[in-house]
Design a protein around this ligand. Structure first.
Ligand code: FES
Length: 158
């Protein structure tokens, strides 16, 4: 248990019954804590809940909301739904890739940013839409990208 805070994990386990029925809730809380699911934490969850590790991994990989890789402090989600695509989302996405020097789906080495694409986020009238740490930015143009990224990057509290 090198890279995870065992005390905080223990607090999570104490919130729920120690059996398989708690698995998803425990994984959600671990994800909220670390912003991904560290391997050590999954192993400990399997032990604490008495669930095979294979079952824990199967649940962890089934739900798209869970990530097994560390995410950046700032998560940038570019909507690539039809409305956004038609109104220039690809150009915005390429400009973000160029600025961050990563490709879609990747995280910068310093864990500052993760860049993801999503399908319609329900704000088509504002297309193209970029969601930065849950904040919606509308009618984004490539020229606005450097400013958009400069404002972000606040660290997560762990
Ligand atoms: S397609 Fe982007 S918000 Fe709907």
């Amino acid at each position: 248990m090198e890279c995870v805070d065992a005390t905080k994990l223990e607090q999570i386990f104490q919130r729920y019954p120690q059996n398989e029925s708690s698995l998803i809730m425990v994984l959600q809380d671990i994800h909220d804590l670390f912003h991904f699911l560290p391997c050590d934490a999954l192993t400990l969850a399997a032990e604490k809940l008495g669930v095979p590790l294979s079952r824990v991994f199967s649940v962890a990989t089934f739900y798209k909301a869970f990530s097994l890789k560390p995410k950046g402090k700032t998560v940038v989600r570019v909507c690539m739904g039809t409305a956004c695509h038609i109104r220039g989302a690809e150009q915005v996405l390429c400009e973000i890739e160029r600025n961050l020097k990563i490709k879609r789906g990747d995280t910068t080495e310093d864990l500052g940013f993760t860049l993801e694409t999503v399908n319609c986020v329900g704000a088509c009238a504002m297309a193209p839409v970029v969601v930065v740490n849950e904040e919606y930015h509308r009618n984004v143009t490539p020229i606005e990208v450097p400013e958009l990224l400069k404002r972000e990057g606040e660290p997560h509290e762990n």
